[in-house]
Design a protein around this ligand. Structure first.
Ligand code: DUC
Ligand code: ZN
Length: 461
């Protein structure tokens, strides 16, 4: 079946151009002027005045994840549908190992959660919780499973690796051509700070950010990058949130190290005043790293404008306020960490970075930040992340002029609140195509459950 998108501005790898986009058999067949003449049988989609972006890619989600307090509100069915509604056509979720569970089993579990239930395309990062002979053996098998990236944690007792294990992970991942990403917070010091506040009877959510200070992000970023310097690895820092952490990244870049940096909308749109809200409302904002100070927000935004930050992940990790977040009513450390964001990420990022702002991003740069860079870093390009002949026809028809505000009622995520209620936003996805077919249009789902697993290439493949 042929479809022709007419009248839009297509954001291609060569630049944004007024052009038709012809789709055939789920792929982009051609981009150019007046393609209708050569394809009289094509179904016409009118995109007059709209921007055509390659489907957005969210490189950082936690769907159907279980933590000590229980399970996330969104599974793959609800989370990937909500992603589509926002303009995201591929998510990379963390298939996170629990201690004692093999990587093979973890991957099998994640396929069971996602296969046949996902409304957008999806891939998995393999997340490590331990490092032993079995893990090393199994990591070697991951590229054949379409996994090209490993995630490690420097915080959380149940997950964190020590420095020697990080060093070894980097060495082996390099040999396999896999990219290593890290959650950079100094978990040991954070645990001490949490214990100190608990002993002092400081138990409200206000103490969540105080127990996870900026210095502990910067220290871990610096340590991760210093270890990567020894192995010569190119690495990826997830959810960078602070000016000090950014400084550590810039120092490494100045040393000549190659690294990728991700931030998230929450580090642009929220600041630590959200921990002063009354009536336990602040629990809605308990995520890690926490919302930071206004100068951090400014530094992160400027780093996006300067092209220093490569990607924007949502770190979508949704827990209901009415039930799950209440588990920490008497002790902030028991509030499950995470906020919903897979659906709102494109709109929030567009609002915070669009070209109308001083120093704001061109459509091409926004497309790189939201799609192409993640595709390249994680081994999916140009199947994903490009409006180009031969690429998957995952296309967002974006209205750059729409303005409104975020309301939980209008969103599709399976969670009982939005941390951005009432936040003024600009731009929205009018229509979203997955594999050339309209999956979401004008506020309604047209096609669900059509998501495929994306096998990703390692750097050597
Ligand atoms: N931080 C969160 O807020 N949620 C999931 C995991 C994480 O590190
Ligand atoms: Zn995360």
């Amino acid at each position: 079946m042929k479809r022709l998108i007419k009248g839009g501005t297509a954001v291609t790898p060569e630049g944004a151009v007024a052009a038709d986009v012809l789709i055939e058999d789920g792929k982009i067949a051609a981009i150019g002027e007046n393609l209708a003449a050569g394809s009289p049988d094509a179904e016409i989609i009118d995109a007059g005045g709209k921007i055509l972006f390659p489907g957005f890619i969210d490189p950082h989600t936690h769907l159907e994840m279980t933590v000590a307090a229980g399970r996330t509100a969104d599974d793959f069915a609800t989370g990937t549908a909500a992603a589509l509604a926002g303009g995201t056509t591929t998510v990379l979720d963390f298939a996170g190992q629990d201690k004692g569970v093999t990587l093979t089993q973890t991957l099998k579990d994640w396929h069971q959660k996602a296969d046949g239930k996902s409304s957008c395309d999806y891939g998995f990062h393999i997340g490590l919780a331990e490092w032993n002979d079995e893990t090393k053996k199994e990591l070697r098998e991951m590229p054949d499973e379409g996994i090209s990236s490993v995630k490690l944690y420097m915080a959380y007792d149940a997950l964190m690796l020590d420095d020697a294990q990080i060093f070894e992970t980097l060495r082996l991942a390099d040999e396999l051509g896999m990219t290593v990403s890290a959650h950079c917070e100094n978990g040991l010091v954070i645990d001490e700070l949490i214990e100190k506040y608990r002993k002092e009877g400081c138990l409200t959510p206000k103490y969540h950010p105080l127990s996870r200070p900026a210095a502990m992000e910067a220290e871990a970023v610096n340590r991760f990058l210093a270890i990567a310097e020894q192995t010569g690895s190119t690495v990826y820092v997830v959810h960078l949130s602070t000016q000090r952490g950014l400084r550590a990244c810039l120092d490494a870049k100045e040393r000549g190290q190659k690294l990728y940096i991700e931030t998230c909308p929450q580090y642009l749109c929220l600041d630590d005043s959200c921990y002063d809200l009354p009536d336990f409302e602040s629990a809605k904002y308990v995520f890690a790293p926490p919302a930071r100070k206004v100068p951090d927000q400014k530094a992160i935004r400027q780093a996006i404008f300067d092209g220093i930050i490569d990607t924007a992940g949502s770190d979508h990790c949704s827990f209901d306020f009415g039930s799950m977040k209440q588990k920490g009513r008497d002790d902030f450390s028991k509030i499950p960490n995470g906020i919903p964001g897979v659906e709102t990420r494109p709109q929030l990022m567009f609002t915070e970075t669009y070209a109308g702002l001083e120093g704001g991003l061109s459509y091409e740069d926004f497309s790189d930040l939201m799609s192409a860079n993640a595709a390249k870093i994680y081994g999916m390009y140009p199947q994903k992340g490009a409006l180009a002949p031969g690429s998957d026809a995952d296309i967002v028809i974006w209205d750059p002029d729409w303005t409104g505000e975020i309301t939980h009622d209008a969103l599709h995520m399976n969670v009982d609140y939005s941390p951005y209620e009432g936040y003024p936003v600009r731009g929205r996805a009018d229509e979203v195509l997955l594999h050339g077919e309209t999956a979401y249009k004008d506020g309604a789902f047209v096609k669900k459950n059509a998501g495929h697993y994306v096998r990703r290439q390692t750097k050597q493949a």
